[in-house]
Design a protein around this ligand. Structure first.
Ligand SMILES: [Zn+2]
Length: 428
């Protein structure tokens, strides 16, 4: 039987997950050179992208060199595929090498052959605590879209058994988990909440009658309060991963859940959406991915998600940088005093102060200088004192890297269904 400590220690690939900074750079630069050459020779869309940037494939020798190439955004893929069906010129191998083609909303078609994407999910599953012999129930859709298949492959690679639950049928899924003594959950956090409700309605004790010990969730935010509730309720470990249907896994949590590690076999940049330049630790920008995937070699693929990374060491011993948190979508971003701010950053500030009932960030411009104001309605009985305003003002730059002022307002001032960030600047 797998014990709790087995689920915490070890690596899927110790050598590659614990490379030194220099060795990782050498490994990734080598893989990058190979995939750029391969894609240039085989995928017309990538060849055009490189030619249009007036760059030679030989010029791309390091992660830094990627800055010379434009970013291909997810919203462009559907149009590119329509112009040049079915894969928009991104297919890097002959059709007869494919084993599966999925369809994501767009529609966007995703070809699959090689295993590198799935290897990234396998790293994620191992880090989450899945081990040989687990029975993992996959509650993602098995229709059209790729994730359920990827996760099934990852389970098989670890020597686990998959039970294909798919979407819905919660009563049956609970029954299956109980009867087969399923040890692993793969799905969204919200479906696990449904499982917990239905299991209790069926008279099961979550910990005694179900055998869930480990879970991997994706596709939704996982608030820490919900994680705690589910981990305690089921007596399980619950870890999350991040990726997209186009490029697969880009980051995953380890036992220490202190951000999400980048897999060794892809390059994740955090990029200034205006300039395409790479940003450093703690700076908010778009998540841009390059994957070493010969069949669908996405080079500088812009996910449209905003995040920031840390290069602080992690207790697990994996040496890759980690995404701290997905803050939201690029289209909700606002630039203040040259820094990108996002509703997710503002939520971080508000979360530190239980006194806050409701807030809105107002961005304005006075004498050609951007101003950011947290307009705040306080909870019943909380006094709008200077001292509280001072503490909130001190917390704002920690999460947003821009200073802001606090303005307390009467209850009912902030309209229902308000935008979290209201940009009132006029540029004419
Ligand atoms: Zn770690």
């Amino acid at each position: 039987m797998t014990t709790r400590s087995d689920r915490i220690s070890g690596y899927y690939d110790q050598t590659l997950e614990t490379l030194s900074l220099e060795d990782r750079a050498a490994y990734q630069n080598g893989e990058l050179e190979k995939i750029v050459q391969h894609a240039y020779a085989n995928a017309p869309a990538i060849r055009k992208k490189i030619d249009d940037a007036e760059v030679k494939p030989d010029d791309i020798k390091s992660v830094k060199d990627l800055e010379r190439l434009p970013i291909t955004h997810k919203h462009e893929l559907a149009a590119l595929q329509e112009q040049d069906p079915p894969f928009g010129g991104f297919l890097g191998l002959p059709m007869d090498r494919l084993r599966r083609i999925c369809m994501s909303p767009g529609p966007i078609y995703e070809p699959e052959e090689t295993h590198s994407r799935n290897d990234r999910w396998t790293q994620a599953f191992f880090a989450a605590g899945f081990r040989k012999g687990d029975i993992g129930q996959i509650t993602f859709s098995y229709h059209l879209v790729p994730p359920a298949f990827w996760f099934e492959d990852a389970l098989h690679r670890l020597g686990c058994i998959a039970t294909p639950g798919g979407v819905g049928n919660t009563d049956l899924q609970v029954r299956m988990m109980h009867d087969l003594k399923v040890t692993g959950y793969i799905g969204t956090p919200s479906f696990l909440v449904n499982v917990s409700k239905k299991a209790q309605e069926a008279g099961y004790d979550l910990e005694r009658d179900l055998c869930l010990e480990v879970g991997f969730v994706a596709g939704e935010m996982l608030p820490e309060s919900l994680r705690d509730e589910l981990e305690q309720g089921f007596g399980m470990l619950l870890r999350q991963g991040y990726g997209t249907a186009d490029v697969g896994c880009l980051a995953y949590e380890c036992y220490y859940k202190d951000g999400m590690h980048f897999p060794y076999n892809c390059i994740v940049e955090i990029v200034d959406p205006d300039t395409g330049r790479q940003l450093g630790p703690g700076e908010t920008g778009e998540v841009v991915a390059t994957v070493f995937d010969e069949v669908y070699p996405m080079i500088r693929f812009g996910t449209g998600d905003l995040s920031y990374f840390t290069d602080e060491p992690c207790q697990c011993g994996r040496t890759s940088n980690r995404l701290v948190k997905i803050l939201g979508r690029l289209d909700q971003v606002t630039k203040v005093k040259g820094m990108f701010i996002h509703p997710g950053n503002a939520d971080e500030v508000a979360a530190k102060f239980p006194e806050i009932d409701k807030y809105q960030v107002v961005v304005s411009r006075e004498a050609h200088v951007d101003q950011m104001t947290f307009t705040i309605e306080l909870k019943e009985g909380v006094e709008p004192v200077e001292e509280l305003a001072g503490r909130i003002e001190a917390a704002i730059p920690e999460s947003m890297r821009v200073r802001g002022k606090v303005k307390f307002v009467q209850k009912g001032t902030i309209p229902e269904g308000h935008k979290k960030i209201d940009d009132t600047r006029k540029w004419d």
